[in-house]
Design a protein around this ligand. Sequence first.
Ligand code: SF4
Ligand code: SF4
Ligand code: SF4
Length: 355
Amino acid sequence: MADKDTGTDPAQNAGAQDYQAITLKLRDEVKKLLQNKDMKYVIGWTAGSYGLRISPVFIEDPKDLDKLVWSPFCINSLAVYPTLEEKLPLPRGTPEDTRRIGIVVKGCDSRGLVQILSEKGFPREHVVILGIPCTGQIDPDKFLPLLVDKGVAKNIKMTDIDVTDQNDKFKFKINNIEFESAKAEVIYDKCLTCKYPNPILFDIQLAPQVEPRAKAGEGYEKVAELSSMTDDERWAYWAEKFERCIRCYACRDICPVCYCKECLTEKWEPDWINKSKNLTENTMFHITRALHLAGRCIDCHECERTCPVGIPLLEIYKRIEKEIIDQFDYEPGLESEAKPVFSTFNPDDPGQFIL
Ligand code: SF4
Ligand code: SF4
Ligand code: SF4
């Protein structure tokens, strides 16, 4: 098992990966795991049914091993499944299945698992973590215009693309068309400011560690910009965003650390947040969710990626993240044994709010 203090080993730094070799190693490790009778399944990624989409896959049977892939299209965090799948209510009289599960994680995903473990969301011994250091994931919104430019049909699947990681660029081969692109042009914005590309916690590491693109304290430019607005300007900014929210709750459902059995948004008595979709209720939802995630949000950006109306949710959560780092010197999802920040009290904590 490894934790935060393993950090990046400079001797193992690498900026490029062999996706095929890592995929084969992954299948091999999963095959070995499934030979244990106490292993229920391993959750990994597989090619999605359309376009550049990737899907989660639960491998229970070794005959499905070749479904598993590792590529720069594996953006989905799988860290949500241990609580989603393993905490389902059991029919009366059904004994609990206590077999272990395996899960494949990138650096950002691993922070979700670490945070859940630190909150005692599920037992550490229940999960085997297969960690893959990550050199950046491709954002379809940035990549598709490039494909059109190169004369490649928009409706290709990720399995049609042969991609090679060449450190600061990708080389693509699609049928007879070959081209290159700087990574910085096509990877997700969150990957451009990634501080933790290496899994924080793992049992099996499938590739050498890689260099982070950003350092502590970086990536708060938007927070500073919003903080410099007047209250009225900031309210106008957020009112326009919150007005667009359709309350689909995709942001909540995808979030690895939003795993309460009973969500406040679904309670009728008391009806804390009305089901109506209007600016008042939407604002209440977003403020409540932001406060419930204070000191817990692990910066995976899955909520923002999933939001169908493009609300920049991380602009809220990063504002709170910065406050927690500045006030308490605490960043969630880095130490599975650490107590969550709001579960501890230190007499030296700032207490200006206490009258
Ligand atoms: S944020 Fe980091 S670990 Fe996560 S997908 Fe991007 S580069 Fe990989
Ligand atoms: S995913 Fe977007 S639209 Fe849906 S509830 Fe969340 S913020 Fe609103
Ligand atoms: S609030 Fe968004 S960024 Fe934070 S942990 Fe949840 S899904 Fe990830």
